[in-house]
Design a protein around this ligand. Structure first.
Ligand SMILES: Nc1nc2c(c(=O)[nH]1)N[C@H]1C(S)=C(S)[C@@H](COP(=O)(O)OP(=O)(O)OC[C@H]3O[C@@H](n4cnc5c(N)ncnc54)[C@H](O)[C@@H]3O)O[C@H]1N2
Ligand code: MOO
Length: 392
């Protein structure tokens, strides 16, 4: 199989992925999920003209005053009457503008003596000044969140303001994570001969805040029968493995998936690090076999696992938006795989780490972005703009 370009591999995954079922969830439970249908306003906001400031509701034509104060309008306690010629009401931020009034005089520009109100500044410059008109934000029937958009805190808040207590969302995606390798021991071991397993916790924490139900398959040994049983026995929407993806005698993820009745869709991507990534299906589940090298696992998780989970969770646009930065140094021409360089941003410029070995977690841990060097890119000069992926 030839190396598949990154964008093609992503497109194939998205084409295979069917979003999980929709359900109705409370606003609190909607955090991090994607909308399964449009969220439509059940009310108009503001529902009536409201004051944007603390001051006095007046008729603009009465400027420069003076006025007689005839009452008060507070948020939740509107003035019941109407404001006539030469009259004003006290008014507070968020309170309904009484009938007859058409501007608000801020209290810093007013002088008050009992019922007598006079101008002590410039006053509102035009009709409607300091008033938020009915429907300024949205009206009944407006679409507040589109199907396939993420239910961010601001979108959940706008749904609440729109009169909703629940929203249509996709259920949580069941993601099974397995590390493979006879050399691995659980985190916490410091024996010189042990290699603490780190990919599992890295993947799990990359998905923190995502609408997922994690199924931790732990560390699996390099044994075909054990891997096959583990694959066959899991009820997941997505199975993610790390390690055993390459061509060595103990790289058994692909044969184990096939032995369990699964199919390989593609294997090996034109990227560095992460070339040996594998994608397939097993029954209803999609399967991503990530390379074991920790940085390769991180990069492939960034490029494929997170976007695929987003797609399964109902995202219309599962890829993170493209970001750019200026290069802080010259970079050599790139080979035939898209390169994702671990890099730091300093003073708005991106600097790649000098060593880009895919085993080096500390280098990754100190990086804040990946500089994307497309396959076949010519040498780049300091000051040129480059695509980056923020990772911290
Ligand atoms: N002859 C070839 N050898 C390799 C090729 C190749 O094309 N031909 N590709 C290389 C590339 S590129 C990568 S990436 C690695 C990926 O190999 P595997 O996915 O089979 O990974 P492993 O061999 O299982 O492990 C690689 C490395 O990472 C450590 N590891 C594995 N899992 C974990 C974990 N959960 N936590 C921490 N560290 C882990 C493992 O001990 C190895 O050191 O293959 C190259 N070889
Ligand atoms: O593609 Mo491998 O991930 O270079 O180390």
């Amino acid at each position: 199989m030839a190396l598949l370009p990154v964008a093609e591999a992503q497109a194939r995954l998205f084409a295979m992925a069917r979003p999980v079922a929709a359900e109705t969830v409370s606003l609190h439970a909607a955090a991090g999920r994607w909308a399964a249908a449009d969220v439509v306003a059940r009310r108009t906001q503001p529902a009536t003209d409201l004051s944007a400031m603390d001051g006095y509701a007046i008729r603009h034509a009465d400027l420069p005053g003076p006025w007689t104060v005839i009452g008060e309008s507070a948020a939740g306690r509107p003035f019941p009457g109407s404001v006539g010629v030469g009259q004003a009401t006290r008014i507070f931020t968020g309170a309904a503008v009484p009938a007859g009034a058409d501007a608000v005089l801020v209290q810093e520009e007013a002088a008050r003596d009992g019922d007598r109100l006079s101008l002590a500044g410039e006053g509102p410059g035009h009709v409607g000044r300091n008033i938020r008109r009915r429907g300024l934000d949205f009206s009944t029937g407006d679409r507040l969140v589109a199907a396939g958009e993420r239910l961010t805190p601001a979108r959940i808040a706008v749904a609440a303001t729109g009169g909703l207590a629940t929203v249509p969302a996709r259920r949580r995606v069941r993601v099974a994570i397995a590390a493979t390798g006879d050399e691995l021991v659980p985190p916490g071991h410091a024996d010189p001969t042990d290699l603490p397993e780190s990919n599992g916790v890295m993947l799990a924490t990359m998905l923190a805040g995502w609408p997922v139900e994690l199924i931790d398959l732990g560390i699996l040994p390099d044994r075909l029968d054990v891997l096959r049983e583990a694959f066959a026995g899991v009820a997941a929407d997505l199975i993610v493995t790390t390690g055993g993806a390459s061509v060595g005698d103990h790289d058994l993820v692909r044969p184990a998936l096939e032995a369990a009745g699964g199919v390989i869709d593609f294997w090996r991507i034109a990227l560095r690090p992460g070339k040996p990534m594998m994608a397939g299906r097993l029954g209803e589940a999609m399967v991503l076999g990530l390379p074991g090298n920790p940085v390769s696992a991180f990069v492939t998780a960034t490029l494929f696992v997170l976007p695929l989970v987003a797609r399964l969770a109902g995202a219309a646009e599962p890829l993170p938006p493209a970001t750019r930065a200026l290069l802080g140094e010259d970079l050599p021409a790139n080979g035939n795989r898209t390169d994702y360089l671990r890099a730091e941003i300093r003073d708005g410029e991106a600097f790649a780490s000098t060593i880009q070995d895919s085993s080096m977690l500390l280098t990754l841990a100190r990086s804040s972005c990946l500089i994307v060097r497309p396959a076949g890119a010519p040498a780049a000069r300091r000051g040129e703009s480059a695509e980056i992926l923020m990772i911290a």
